[in-house]
Design a binder for this molecule. Structure first.
Ligand code: GTP
Ligand code: MG
Length: 322
């Protein structure tokens, strides 16, 4: 995929593109394409299916949007420079940061996988606080969008975590935008608005807790699996594009399902199949240890070593074992 060249500060709207009148702009917005960046990076097939554009118009518009935003092919040298723009966010645990290659990285999706009660939500809540740290303390000095699909976001816990990091809870709470997703379609819709929200709300992190629960609850039975995976695919693509366009991390939580194919060892595997595996940039599998201790393991990574670490859930959210 072509990548942006970092000239996104000059904010241009959909109507600035020759060929987009009010009617087309309206159609694009209704389908969730709120910005030129979203249009530029959308596959033309997707524009045909979701906006109802002719194939010719879809190709022409996405081409023009890429030209206007100066998105072009890049040399490996330029890509290396862009890799250097990647920012890293601390999780609150140095050990966990280390196996992630120095923290949660921007321009990608980090997937937190594990059974109920393992601490996925606790990590997400901690990130809502650490993202507001200044860069010298491992933060991104920014605000966060929390897409809450399970209704488990707890402001009281944010208050506690903030206090134990020596921060004023009211200031921290103000910088967390919570969007409760009531079903999978609603979640997809919020996902489509995210790209614009990142700009208008100055977001430096997007969290989806959990990415899969609505999909699993609503699409039951083998016959609906293809449809579910197709929707999940689009949803994740949108989130990944947002991460790439704005150079921010996206963190999602995922459940585990029983894997009957395994005779030995852990019999759980991440839900969401190949789509999930393919679109997550990094995957962390978490399991319980003694008391509040947890073991995190990097799985399926193309560039992180398969390392393991221990962290604990505490009054600071999550932290290293002392
Ligand atoms: P599901 O959403 O059910 O799949 O689980 P999850 O992985 O999101 O688990 P969650 O993050 O909710 O973690 C629950 C664990 O965190 C439990 O072991 C709780 O005991 C622990 N926990 C929750 N709140 C607190 C707290 O305020 N202090 C401490 N020390 N532990 C907590
Ligand atoms: Mg949870």
């Amino acid at each position: 995929m072509a990548e942006t060249t970092g000239t996104t500060e000059t904010i241009k709207g959909l109507e600035d593109l020759p060929g987009i009148g009010p009617v087309t702009a309206q159609k694009l917005r209704l389908a969730g394409y709120n910005t030129l960046e979203a249009l530029a990076l959308a596959p033309s097939r997707e524009l045909v299916d979701t906006v109802g554009l002719s194939e010719e118009k879809a190709i022409s518009l996405s081409l023009k949007a890429r030209e206007m935003l100066d998105i072009k092919f890049q040399t490996a040298e330029e890509l290396l420079i862009q890799r250097k723009e990647i920012t890293r966010l601390t999780t609150g645990s140095k050990a966990l940061d280390e196996i992630l290659g120095g923290g949660v990285e921007s321009r990608g999706i980090l997937e937190l996988i594990g059974e109920f009660g393992v601490g996925k939500t606790q990590i997400c809540l901690t990130l809502c606080v650490t993202v507001q740290f200044p860069p010298e303390s491992g933060g991104l000095d920014g605000r966060v969008l929390y897409i809450d699909a399970e209704g488990t976001f707890r402001p009281e816990r944010i208050v506690e975590i903030s206090r134990n990091h020596g921060l004023e809870p009211v200031d921290i709470l103000k910088n967390i935008v919570v969007a409760r997703a009531f079903n999978s379609d609603h979640q997809i819709l919020i996902g489509e608005k995210t790209d614009e929200l990142v700009k208008t709300e100055n977001l430096k992190l997007v969290i989806v807790d959990s990415i899969i629960s609505h999909f699993r609850a609503e699409y039951i039975g083998r016959g609906t699996l293809a449809n579910r995976q197709q929707k999940l695919n689009r949803h994740l693509h949108r989130l990944l594009r947002t991460a790439e366009i704005h150079n921010i991390p996206v963190v999602v939580t995922n459940q585990v399902v029983a894997s009957p194919a395994m005779f030995f060892g852990p019999s759980n595997k991440p839900a969401g199949g190949h789509i999930m595996a393919h679109l997550s940039t990094n995957r962390v599998f978490i399991r319980k240890s003694k008391k509040s201790r947890r073991i995190a393991k990097i799985i399926d990574s193309s560039y992180l070593p398969e390392a393991e670490c221990v962290f604990m859930i505490s009054d600071k959210g999550i932290e290293d074992v002392s």
